[in-house]
Design a binder for this molecule. Structure first.
Ligand SMILES: Nc1ncnc2c1ncn2[C@@H]1O[C@H](COP(=O)(O)OP(=O)(O)OP(=O)(O)O)[C@@H](O)[C@H]1O
Length: 262
């Protein structure tokens, strides 16, 4: 379980995260939603060690991981992906999968970068694993495609594949649906559910697509203006007055009420 206690992240006088407390249960697919600027990505950045917190505490399985750098968290199985997928665009999908982050596999990254040979056994094991990942994600046909030629959704799948290459345990996914068509979003959703059920992955997912959130995520956490507004099951959350207000704004809500549509 990841527990975030009374977390604050201030940028100058601006409180991007303003006393947020959340729990991400081991084995869950937790959804994190909220209007633009609510502080969701900032909260992810602090949990994943990309930004130091102003104050507050993050624990993982009871261990204090507050402010640990991403490299250390990576060794504990915690990974964060970003809104914009990061891939080596001139390399193929398979080569990208085999570029496991430096540190996981000794000097792999630098060896690959400079074209130096890897230890044969290591190379073989990575290639076998890449095959297995390509098969699991049903993207075998893209194995030799240059990553730069992939669609937005395919890049997100590749990113998910890279988390599989390093056997991540807890994955923070930032807007998997941004720029992704419905069919690929469903493929990504299916892969997330299978990784969760079959391999015990824990996910925390920021997503604006409410259909995706409703189908995949339990519980759902709602943030607005740096604070946690509500947490619970998706259908209950969407009945919550404070949540409706945060999404629609009081003016629009009153207008819809007057028209009898809300
Ligand atoms: N490095 C920074 N310096 C100053 N302000 C920042 C910084 N990073 C984020 N912010 C501000 O903090 C607020 C929260 O941003 P954040 O990206 O966490 O929101 P979000 O909920 O992820 O929004 P979205 O759904 O649009 O991605 C925004 O008002 C943003 O402008």
């Amino acid at each position: 379980m990841i527990r975030v206690e009374n977390l604050h992240k201030h940028f100058g006088g601006f409180h991007a995260v303003d006393g947020a407390s959340i729990e991400i249960a081991t084995g869950s697919i937790t959804g994190l939603i909220g209007p633009n600027g609510a502080g969701k990505s900032t909260l992810f950045n602090v949990i994943a060690g990309v930004l130091p917190p102003t104050s507050g505490k993050v624990t993982m399985a009871g261990e204090d991981i507050t402010g640990l750098p991403p490299h250390d968290l990576f060794h504990k199985g915690l990974l964060r992906t970003f809104q914009i997928a990061h891939e080596f665009s001139s390399m193929t999908v398979r080569e990208n999968l085999m570029m496991v982050p430096a540190g996981q596999s000794g000097e792999t990254l630098w060896n690959a970068w400079f074209g130096r040979g890897r230890v044969a056994d290591e190379e073989k094991a990575l290639a076998a694993k890449a095959d297995e990942v390509l098969d699991f994600l049903t993207i075998d046909h893209l194995a030799d495609e240059r990553a730069g030629n992939l669609s937005g959704g395919q890049k997100k799948l590749l990113e998910l594949g890279r988390t599989m290459m390093v056997d991540a345990k807890v994955v923070f996914l930032d807007e998997v649906g941004a720029g992704v068509n419905r069919t690929l979003l469903n493929t990504i959703g299916d892969a997330i559910v299978r990784l969760n059920r079959e391999r015990g992955y824990t996910f925390c997912v920021i997503e604006h697509d409410m259909d995706f959130i409703g189908r995949l995520c339990d519980p759902v956490i709602v943030m607005a203006e740096g604070k946690v507004l509500a947490q619970g099951k998706a259908d209950e959350i969407m009945q919550n007055e404070a949540v409706i207000e945060a999404y629609l704004g009081t003016g629009l809500k009153n207008k819809l009420k007057a028209e009898g549509t809300a």
